[in-house]
Design a protein. Structure first.
Length: 495
């Protein structure tokens, strides 16, 4: 504990963001470069090193948060990196992309602003790379066993790295031309620049992990054939079957899924395209869905030069403070949060019809209407009550040249044929069924991540990858020294 009175004498200070007018003109990360290190040691001092750290319980990775807070407060960055990487393969990802349930579980958050755990985490990770504290860790010897990992999102990469370091020969199969899954083509560059991903992939290559891109298992290579080549197969294909909105006018040109729109913008940043064929430039954009994917669409549309952008959220606007009856500490509360994208839309007045920043709360879409050429031009909505019942007389119309559906995902994509070719059993939710050891009904085939758990957070994805790696290692060798932070049936804390 660096400063026993730090939580009393030091106010919370977050990593400052660049000015809105500056950052919306580029795709760089929104934070001020270099502005975190001067403040982070004092922020780590705010950790009380409480006797029962609920931040551990709130994070499925079991991050040793008080320990590395103390090390950062004393500026022992090497030891802090060791403690951080002991539980998390990719802290530079989680420190940028995770909504930080650990901070909701911080004991200090009972009556004060929580410790900036997420900022401390990313500061350690970035310092580890700059100081060379994260070298490749190849195994001392090989086991002679082979494993195929299908999918290169956070679950697949975590599983592959753990299994490679345990001595197995691992090949990762990715259907896209580049690795990373949704981190590559779903997460915008302004939330995480892709050089962070490239750097970690190169570390894995140096450790011995093999990668096979542009290979869709089930289509480019038979799933059953792949199963015969390897001693074990890990399915980490994600939950990419998007939910639709079958309303009148859905067939109109200009109504698209968010995950049709976001990858194109990412490909522009990667240099594959000069401009996105679905660009929001000069258009009235309406985003249906109030979650993080919708916010990603919002920030992207603002940078592309949309005339207006409005985000619809079917839920009522949450309050600024935790509701102790419905969301008691240390659960993750539903409170009003201002993401970087919403801050941009608010300051630029990108959604003049919105209730707050760019969002219309308690809004339900009724239908889309278009012009004589079959292109969407308007979205019709109605206000709803807490039970999502329409309120009489509350109907309104928004101009809409581009409508983006960001309604979440229901399970793994079935188009490649992987599920059918392997004969996998699905549960009632449409996700891959598995037992307490992450094993599917097919011998030697394991399932992890969103494909089996359902849509979740990046920390749960990495925890799943680490846990399934331990299960596979145990199945192949009879024992394992790999950590298993969660079980397949564990869920976030709720009331």
């Amino acid at each position: 504990m660096g400063d026993p009175r730090g939580f009393l004498t030091t106010a919370r200070q977050d990593w400052p963001r660049r000015p809105v007018e500056e950052r919306v003109r580029d795709w760089d990360e929104v934070y001020v470069p270099g502005a975190l290190l001067p403040i982070i040691s004092r922020q780590a001092d705010r950790c009380m090193d409480c006797g029962i750290p609920f931040c551990h319980e709130a994070c499925p990775l079991g991050n040793l948060i008080p320990e590395w807070n103390d090390l950062v407060s004393r500026e022992d960055w090497r030891a802090a990196s060791d403690r951080l990487h002991a539980t998390n393969n990719f802290p530079e990802f989680t420190g940028r992309l995770c909504p930080a349930p650990c901070e909701a579980g911080c004991v200090l958050a009972i009556n004060q602003p929580a410790v900036t755990i997420k900022n401390v985490e990313v500061a350690i990770a970035d310092r580890a790379w700059s100081e060379g504290f994260a070298p490749p860790s190849p195994p001392d010897r090989l086991s002679g066993r082979t494993v195929a990992v299908i999918g290169s999102g956070p679950t697949g990469l975590a599983a592959a790295q753990q299994l490679t370091r345990a001595g197995h020969t691992v090949a990762v199969y990715e259907k896209n031309d580049r690795l990373g899954g949704l981190m590559r083509y779903g997460i915008p560059e302004f939330k995480m620049e892709k050089h962070h991903l490239e750097r970690r992939v190169e570390q894995m290559r140096a450790e011995g992990t093999k990668f096979r891109t542009s290979t869709a298992v089930g289509r480019d290579i038979g799933a059953a054939e792949l199963r015969t080549r390897y001693d074990a197969v890990v399915l980490a294909v994600g939950a990419t079957a998007w939910r639709d909105l079958p309303l009148p006018g859905r067939e109109l040109t200009g109504v698209h899924q968010a995950m049709e729109y976001l990858p194109l913008a990412n490909r522009v940043c990667q240099g594959d395209l000069a401009a996105s064929p679905m660009s929001a430039a000069g258009k009235h954009v309406v985003i249906v869905g109030g979650g993080d994917t919708g916010a990603d669409c919002l920030g992207t549309a603002v940078r592309e030069g949309a005339t207006s952008v409005t985000q619809l959220d079917i839920y009522a606007q949450p309050g600024a403070e935790r509701d102790e009856d419905s969301d008691p500490w240390p659960t993750y509360p539903k409170v009003y949060r201002l993401s970087a994208a919403h801050e941009e839309a608010r300051d630029l007045e990108s959604a003049p019809a919105a209730d707050a920043d760019a969002r219309l709360f308690a809004a339900s879409t009724l239908r889309f209407t278009g012009d004589a050429d079959g292109h969407v031009r308007e979205l019709h909505l109605v206000e709803v009550d807490a039970e999502r019942r329409p309120l009489p007389g509350s109907g309104r119309t928004l101009p809409a040249d581009l409508v983006l559906l960001a309604l979440g995902f229901s399970g793994p994509d079935r188009e490649d044929g992987l599920v059918e070719q392997l004969g996998l059993v699905l549960d009632p939710r449409g996700t891959i069924a598995r037992d307490a050891d992450f094993a599917t009904n097919v011998p030697g085939v394991f399932a992890a991540g969103d494909a089996a758990r359902g849509q979740s957070l990046i920390v749960w994805a990495i925890a799943e990858g680490r846990a399934v790696a331990a299960a596979v290692d145990r199945r192949l060798t009879g024992t394992t020294r790999l950590p298993a932070p969660i079980g397949p049936y564990d869920r976030p804390m709720t009331v």
